[in-house]
Design a protein around this ligand. Structure first.
Ligand code: HC0
Ligand code: SF4
Length: 599
């Protein structure tokens, strides 16, 4: 252990601990922009955490390890002068466009003492906006390198690198163009950016325009007609945080109330779409298993899903689907043919729900609130746009954009009385909500697939082996001896990868035979799953993912219905509306709820 003194206060920490960490233990806050508790390196590039060590030398606190007896001062005149100089340099190279920047109000640079006022050399205004999902505005860049670390060391994608010299130096795509790169639009670079140099492509202004048009024209009569909002599982445990509440605060009821105040005519839940996905994906998995076990051949009219190879991989994460298309094309036949819950919601709202109201698909404007930047890309894919009718999902806004919309309209989320989702597309099970956590899609699928195969419920719903933040998790579930013939005592081996870098490791292990054969594999491109999505609130809390995950699991525990196949609205969609969907895996459900991903 090393005992050191910071501003006259004493603390003992393990040798090698950074001055920054030691100061934090003492409750002394040293601002920094390039360090982040969820990134594995402390590059010391922003120089805002300079401190004075004995002898008068200035050192970056984030990258300087302590040694026994070290004396540190964080607020000497020399430190203050140097930081003022660093700040002036950063500001000289940063545009004064806070008025129009999408992260204004949540920007770490703005939060720095000394940010406001003083000279902003050049006063350069915003660079032209581009069309990619994650526009880069090099002129805002502070050159901290967090985005490069997130992309290279966490996601292991190596799409970004620092290019150029001195004031022109900023992160850039290493290939010629974003389109030609391996980028999967996961947004982990954006969520780590302390300013707005990489942000999601903003759609909240267009959504606001649509809502304003409707408000002016009266209920349901605006330019876009009926406004429908659907919200992903992970948003309800993060929108409160985006608006200043503690991480992991659950605000489902207030979130629905806020969406109504914004002017949406109907507010539905993507958890319903998640339950629908489980019905289709569970059925598809069983078809593939039965085929592999030689129990039967795929049924006629099943769209060929039953003939798919094992292991089956989940297909609900668009970052992962893009990774398969760009980097692992040999896995495309292994992807489940199911559309994601977002796209299933879109398809059901624009067909079944529209028909019930006597509307056409194009009379409905569907806005999806997602923790994810890649969902914007998913909604625009050719397979998700119906000829002559337009896209199933019209706009995708991230949790951050949703927060921005509420701040713009002065809607006080935290103090709103709770409201409930509209029915029937607003009813979701506990299985649906855990989709938001890494391992959740798998756990939800097991709850249903086991029961379909074994003819009895899982003895324990919680599958602890695939919970938590480990990068690769696996479990084996054994069907009971009483299961129908051919199924009895069979083993189902499953794996879960959290983050695209970990997925790559899992694939390598499977390829080299270092992992057992798996039947079903879940991949979520972002570490932690959707709770850690690229569109979620930016947070410097090292425990933030665990807090959001805990909140998601607590919603499941408190749910009266915890299995997708027990959701009465889902049963109704298949049974009472037999003329609409028929049975899981049936031909209409194939047309609406499935797709094939090709390169
Ligand atoms: Fe997810 Fe989803 S769980 S990808 O992370 O499957 O974005 O929350 O909405 O579609 O349900 C994101 C979250 C979703 C989808 C669901 C899946
Ligand atoms: Fe890398 Fe993901 Fe950012 Fe693309 S979106 S540059 S893959 S971190």
């Amino acid at each position: 252990m090393a005992t050191i003194h910071i501003n006259g206060h004493t603390v003992s920490v393990p040798e090698g601990t950074s001055i920054l960490t030691a100061a934090t233990q003492l409750g002394i806050h040293i601002p920094t922009l390039c360090t982040h508790p969820r990134l594995p390196t402390t590059p010391g590039t922003c120089r805002l955490c300079l401190v004075e060590v004995a002898g008068g030398a200035l050192k970056p606190a984030c990258a300087t390890p302590v040694c026994h007896g070290l004396e540190v001062t964080t607020d000497s005149p020399q430190v203050k002068d140097s930081i003022r100089g660093v700040l002036a340099l950063l500001k000289a190279n940063h545009p004064a466009d806070c008025m129009t920047c999408d992260v204004s109000g949540r920007c770490e640079f703005q939060a720095r003492p000394g940010f406001w006022g003083g000279a902003w050399a050049g006063q350069r205004m915003a660079c032209p906006r581009q069309r990619p999902m994650l526009p880069m505005l090099g002129c805002r860049c502070l050159k901290c390198g967090r985005c490069v670390t997130a992309c290279g060391l966490v996601q292991e994608m190596d799409v970004l690198g620092m290019k150029g010299r001195s004031r022109e130096r900023h992160p850039a795509v290493l290939t010629e163009a974003m389109d030609l790169s391996k980028c999967i639009s996961c947004g982990q670079c954006a969520v780590m950016c302390p300013v707005g140099a990489i942000t999601e492509r903003a759609e909240w202004r267009e959504v606001e325009d649509q809502l304003d048009a409707k408000r002016k024209a009266g209920r349901g009569a605006g330019r876009a007609g009926l406004m429908v909002c659907v919200t992903a599982p992970a948003v309800r445990v993060a929108i409160g945080e985006e608006l200043g509440l503690a991480p992991g605060t659950i605000t489902t009821g207030q979130m629905v109330a806020a969406q109504r105040q914004l002017g949406f005519d109907y507010v539905f839940d993507v958890n319903f779409g998640a339950d629908l996905t489980i019905m289709e994906e569970g059925t598809e998995l069983l078809q593939r298993l039965r085929h592999a076990w030689g129990l039967d051949l795929p049924a006629e009219g099943s769209g060929g899903a039953g003939a798919g190879p094992l292991p089956m991989f989940t297909s609900c994460c668009p970052g992962w689907v893009t990774a398969c298309e760009k980097s692992f094309p040999e896995l495309l036949p292994h992807l489940s043919t199911c559309k994601s819950p977002q796209q299933m919601m879109g398809a059901v709202v624009k067909s079944h729900f529209a028909a019930k109201l006597g509307k056409r698909a194009q009379d409905i404007c569907l806005v999806s609130v997602m923790p994810c930047t890649a969902k914007k890309y998913e909604a625009e894919r050719g397979e998700m746009v119906r000829e002559g009718e337009g896209p199933d999902v019209d706009y995708v806004i991230t949790t951050r954009e949703f927060g921005r919309l509420l701040r713009e309209r002065h809607i006080p989320l935290a103090s709103l009385p709770e409201s409930a989702f509209d029915n029937p597309l607003g009813e979701g099970s506990g299985a649906g909500v855990i989709f938001g956590n890494t391992g959740g899609v798998m756990e939800a699928a097991l709850r249903t697939a086991y029961e379909l195969a074994a003819g009895q419920p899982l003895p324990k719903l919680e599958e602890e082996a695939i919970r938590g933040l480990r990068g690769i998790k696996q479990a084996t579930v054994t069907l009971p001896p009483t299961a129908p013939a051919g199924m009895a005592s069979r083993q189902l081996r499953v794996a879960v990868a959290s983050g695209i870098g970990q997925a790559r490791h899992l694939l390598e292990r499977m390829h080299t035979g270092h992992s057992p054969h798996f039947d079903f594999v879940e991949v979520m491109a972002c570490p932690g799953g959707c709770v850690g999505g690229g569109g979620q609130p930016k947070s410097a809390d090292p425990l933030v993912l665990l807090k959001r995950m805990g909140a998601v699991y607590s919603i499941d525990e408190r749910s009266a219905i915890r299995k997708s196949h027990e959701n009465p609205s889902i049963q109704k969609l298949y049974k009472a509306c037999a003329e609409f969907l028929g049975e899981p895996g049936g031909s209409l459900s194939h047309q609406l709820l499935h797709t094939t991903y090709i390169n």
